[in-house]
Design a protein around this ligand. Structure first.
Ligand code: SF4
Length: 268
């Protein structure tokens, strides 16, 4: 019998290639400065707010009680800050990073530490300094969202007041010092996917920021794999994803471009 956990959740991740242990910094309510139409967070009743001591307790329970019963062919690939919102907006970001680092070092030394972010705070000096230290000292991997190559596409996908320019410049400034993995959702909205011009803008933007000093470990183009509450988005066909990846690869020589369809990574 597994212990009920509120803040952490093991998932089989197509992009991590195994088990990923998610950490939710917002168990009480969704907290995000984006409103992506494909967001998979359904309304939920809400638990008590995040407390750092609860995370430490749950991590110990998971690793000492639950994890030994998991199938050995399902390795733990990473501990990931993600969950019901944008993790960098949490006042507990620093303590949560410290907690997953301690847990990783003690119970899962081969696992990565990952932060999935919508990139809106990568240009904020305090957040960038905290994340940069964690990259340098603990090998944190930053998965930075870049949904769109122009203002209009970005606006459609994020419905955010954060200007597109701030997101792009944040990714550029942060990644110039600490390389990131860029992740981009490609899906249809109300039956319409990104146009050829949208994709050309995206590839051009990637080329531009790389030319200005951005460093990308990988670019992940992925499509919707699970339903969203709004129900207005759908996955892109695999052929369209592969064509987009070919286009981006040509403009980002030396950066691996990986493509994830509904059920897993596509071979290219
Ligand atoms: S950035 Fe993430 S959490 Fe925020 S609305 Fe988009 S998909 Fe949802």
């Amino acid at each position: 019998m597994f212990t009920p956990l509120e803040l952490i959740y093991p998932v089989v991740s197509r992009r991590a290639g195994g088990l990923s242990l998610g950490v939710d910094l917002f168990p009480d309510r969704k907290t995000c400065n984006f409103d992506c139409p494909y967001c998979e967070i359904f309304p939920f009743p809400g638990e008590p707010p995040f407390r750092p001591e609860d995370l430490d307790r749950e991590l110990a329970e998971f690793f000492e009680v639950d994890y030994p019963s998991f199938p050995p062919d399902l390795p733990l690939r990473d501990l990931t800050l993600s969950g019901s919102g944008e993790p960098t907006l949490s006042p507990h970001l620093g303590s949560a990073l410290a907690s997953i680092r301690t847990a990783r070092d003690r119970w899962a030394p081969g696992a990565d530490l990952v932060l999935i972010t919508n990139s809106t705070t990568l240009g904020h000096p305090e957040t960038a300094a905290l994340l940069g230290r964690c990259v340098d000292e603990a090998g944190l991997r930053i998965w930075a969202k870049l949904d769109g190559g122009n203002e209009e596409w970005y606006g459609r996908m994020s419905r955010s007041r954060v200007p597109f320019r701030d997101v792009v410049e944040g990714i550029l400034s942060f990644s110039s010092a600490h390389a990131v993995i860029v992740q981009t959702m490609l899906c249809t909205l109300d039956g319409r996917g990104p146009s050829d011009a949208d994709l050309a803008d995206y590839a051009g933007l990637v080329e531009d920021v790389l030319g200005r000093g951005a460093r990308f470990l990988e670019i992940h183009l992925y499509t919707q794999a699970r339903p969203s509450p709004e129900g207005r988005t759908s996955p892109l066909p695999e052929a369209d994803l592969s064509a987009a990846a070919d286009l981006v690869s040509r403009r980002a020589p030396g950066v691996p471009v990986r493509v994830f369809g509904r059920t897993g990574e596509l071979s290219r």
